[in-house]
Design a protein around this ligand. Structure first.
Ligand SMILES: *Cc1c(COP(=O)(O)O)cnc(C)c1O
Ligand code: SF4
Length: 447
């Protein structure tokens, strides 16, 4: 059923509810995903709901996209998308499930489309200080595939593939296929985990490992088991999080890939027996992503004792209003996903159109906090090369130049780091003016 059909059905059921009351009703309606687009409209629901079928039929080339949208979306709109794909740093990859979650009748404004498919009309010239690797992860990488920025935790880049590719990916320097604009670093694959594991073994201060990439859902079951057990074998490792966007973009993975689920549950159960903690970190950005199938997947994970936290990215045109964020965190709470972080979009090349200014994130935080359980209210974070900082914890904030300053005593003693608001949001500012007024102040990325 398309979104419009659902909304129609809803107004048939609740004909007298209008205005704000309607909003509450809408909150309880979850969008089901059924095959309707040309390439798979005759595929039975049971096959569509299979993770392997979803992988096999993922869309990653422009001709496939054109074929899928022909007859549904105007050729002008298709052209808007295909020309933009050539200009961006992320390659495209969409599961049929996500293709069906997009409201193609409202393609320009649709918050799901916006995350995974660029359009020419929305791209903006980058702020002068946007770079490919804004968190300087490659400088904090003691061995290939490992980022060690914080005293007691590391980021383990286990793979460079994901079930979908997000246009705003922080790790666009390594994740996804090469694009016409960007050649990717080859950092991660199961063949070169040994050096990273050795580094962790020989650094007893490390207690906490974030297994990411890339996406943990792309690890083969045997490799997931191998990595989980190798880390649990290390006495000083207390916590492991497997990061996956799979739950939001391919929830059937958790229902039909029994081999992968068995491997995950085995590692989680072993950790529990050993008084350690293994959980999943996932990535939902919009309330419409919390579908009935996500609920089914969460019922399965919950029954198997797997705890799930969510990390949202604040994205202009996707979720940068309080009502959408409140709806998102309430829906996540109802399916036992814990809203953990809401990040400002990192200062990565090609993401200018997604970014919001710091003061908008501060306002959103004030509007969201108090609307539901405190433990289900995310921390609003700006990430810097010195680590994650609360959006309210600025040392200074010059709104006229759009420059905020942060420091992180526990990570980089005394060093100052800046976040730069998008040029569009600074009154009277242009890209050239910003360069003229601010470029003389030393290294723009980390003064
Ligand atoms: C975000 C991050 C972590 C985990 O940080 P938490 O605040 O504990 O979620 C670890 N290492 C790196 C490099 C990170 O960027
Ligand atoms: S799922 Fe995460 S790592 Fe993969 S493309 Fe999206 S943001 Fe990047």
């Amino acid at each position: 059923m398309s979104l419009n059909h659902l909304q129609k059905a809803q107004s048939d059921i609740f004909p007298r509810l209008e205005g704000s009351t309607r909003l509450n009703v809408k909150e309880n309606v979850m969008t089901a995903t059924t095959p309707t687009l040309a390439p798979w409209k005759d595929v039975p629901q049971s096959l569509f709901d299979n993770h392997a079928w979803q992988d096999k039929n993922a869309i990653f080339r422009v001709p496939q996209l054109e074929e899928a949208l022909e007859g549904t979306v105007s050729s002008t709109m298709i052209g808007e998308i295909t020309s933009a794909v050539k200009m961006v740093n992320m390659s495209i990859r969409l599961t049929p499930y996500i293709m069906e979650l997009i409201d193609w009748n409202n393609v320009e404004a649709d918050p799901i489309r916006r995350q995974f498919l660029p359009m020419l009309s929305e791209l903006e010239p980058d702020h002068p200080s946007l770079v490919v690797d804004s968190l300087h992860e490659r400088e904090h990488s003691p061995v290939k595939g490992l980022v060690h920025r914080y005293p007691d935790k590391v980021l383990f880049l286990a793979t460079s593939v994901c079930p979908v590719y997000c246009q705003f990916c922080t790790r666009s320097y390594a994740v996804g296929g090469d694009t016409e604009q960007l050649q990717k670093d080859k950092v991660a694959s199961a063949n070169n985990w040994d050096a990273a594991l050795d580094y962790i073994r020989t650094h007893p201060d490390i207690e906490d490992v974030v297994v990411s990439g890339g996406d943990s859902a792309r690890l083969k079951p045997a490799n997931l088991r191998l990595l989980g057990n190798a880390l649990l074998d290390i006495p000083h490792i207390r916590r492991i999080r497997f990061a996956t966007k799979g739950l939001a973009v391919q929830p059937m993975k958790f229902l039909t890939d029994t081999a992968w689920m068995d491997a995950l549950v085995e590692v989680v159960s072993r950790a529990r027996r050993e008084f350690k903690h293994v959980c999943i970190h996932t990535h939902f950005n919009h309330p419409r992503e919390v579908t009935p199938m996500v609920e089914q997947a969460m019922r399965r994970l919950h029954a198997d004792g797997v705890f799930v936290r969510n990390q949202t990215v604040l994205l202009r045109g996707v979720n940068n209003d309080a009502a959408t964020l409140q709806d998102l965190i309430k829906k996540l709470g109802r399916v036992n996903i814990h809203p953990y972080y809401a990040y400002l979009c990192d200062m990565v090349k090609g993401t200018e159109h997604f970014r919001i200014p710091l003061h908008e994130a501060q306002t959103l935080e004030k509007e969201v906090r108090g609307s539901t359980a405190g433990f289900n209210t995310p921390l609003f974070i700006v990430d810097t090369p010195a680590g994650k900082r609360d959006v309210h914890s600025t040392e200074a904030y010059d709104r006229n130049l759009g420059i905020s300053t942060f420091t992180s005593p526990a990570v980089a003693n005394g060093k100052l780091h800046h976040y730069y608001d998008p040029i569009r949001s600074v009154p009277g500012m242009s890209r050239d003016k910003w360069i003229a007024e601010c470029a003389g102040q030393g290294d723009l990325r980390a003064a």
